[in-house]
Write a protein that binds this ligand. Structure first.
Ligand SMILES: [Fe+2]
Length: 247
């Protein structure tokens, strides 16, 4: 068999093995890995269901150093995030769930199994997180976003102080968020892999900025010093993304 034919054979064999192991929905997610576009996929009964997928990381694992180290980024993306995506897609097939958008999952959070709830949140939250990070270049919010921050919190420094408090004050694992709540910016946090779009979240709104405060996000470099991780994290916030989300 010539080289290109062998490659094709191997690719087809691996695809068939993946289908047998994971089901069509998970395979659809695997196929979509690396692309931003996420399309509904058919589950095993032919029902249309959403397949979660990882976005391609918009920068190299070491691009956020020294603020977030390459090994943490590598493990966070290839192990933690990838596992949430794999688990949620397997559960969507196994439980025959037919929601077609992430928002539909989250607005029906109380009806979801713990496996789907936690892993759907983990899959979506991490895509959101990767996109609101960028290599440190002295970036800062400007224009309408800065005006909104100043209007809601008094100043950028005050906003950062309040946001850091939400991150350090979240007991155990969870997320800190900046949201747009009907035109007003608000800061809060959610436990585990919940987010402000969840039906039963105590803190709600349209997410603009998310900070992962699970230990897996910082422990290799910062150990128990979550406040130091948050202080460094400000250097790698992608304010352009936050501004676009604000609209
Ligand atoms: Fe995480």
């Amino acid at each position: 068999m010539e080289t290109s034919g062998r490659r094709k054979f191997l690719r087809n064999t691996l695809a068939l093995a993946a289908t047998a192991t994971l089901g069509t929905n998970a395979l659809a997610a695997a196929t979509l890995k690396g692309g931003k576009k996420k399309e509904p996929a058919n589950n095993q009964d032919g029902n249309v269901a959403y397949a979660f997928a990882q976005i391609a990381l918009p920068y190299a694992y070491n691009a956020l150093e020294p603020h977030i180290d390459a090994l943490t980024m590598d493990i966070h993306y290839t192990k933690h995030h990838a596992t949430y995506v794999k688990n949620v897609n397997e559960a969507i097939v196994a439980e025959k769930v037919t929601y077609t958008t992430p928002e539909e999952f989250f607005s029906n959070a109380t009806k979801l199994s713990a496996k789907i709830r936690n892993n759907a949140g983990g899959a979506w939250n991490h895509n959101f997180f990767w996109e609101n990070l960028a290599p440190a270049k002295g970036q800062a919010p400007t224009g309408k976003l800065l005006e909104a921050i100043n209007g809601s919190f008094g100043s950028l420094d005050k906003f950062k102080e309040e946001f850091a408090k939400a991150g350090t004050g979240r007991f155990g694992s969870g997320w800190a968020w900046l949201v747009d709540n009907n035109g007003k910016l608000e800061i809060g946090s959610t436990p585990n892999q919940d987010n402000p779009l969840f039906e039963d979240s105590a803190f709600k709104g349209k997410p603009l900025l998310g900070l992962d405060v699970w230990e897996h996000a910082y422990y290799l470099h910062y150990q128990n010093k979550r406040p130091d991780y948050i202080t460094a994290w400000w250097n790698v916030v992608n304010w352009d993304t936050v501004a676009k989300r604000l609209g």
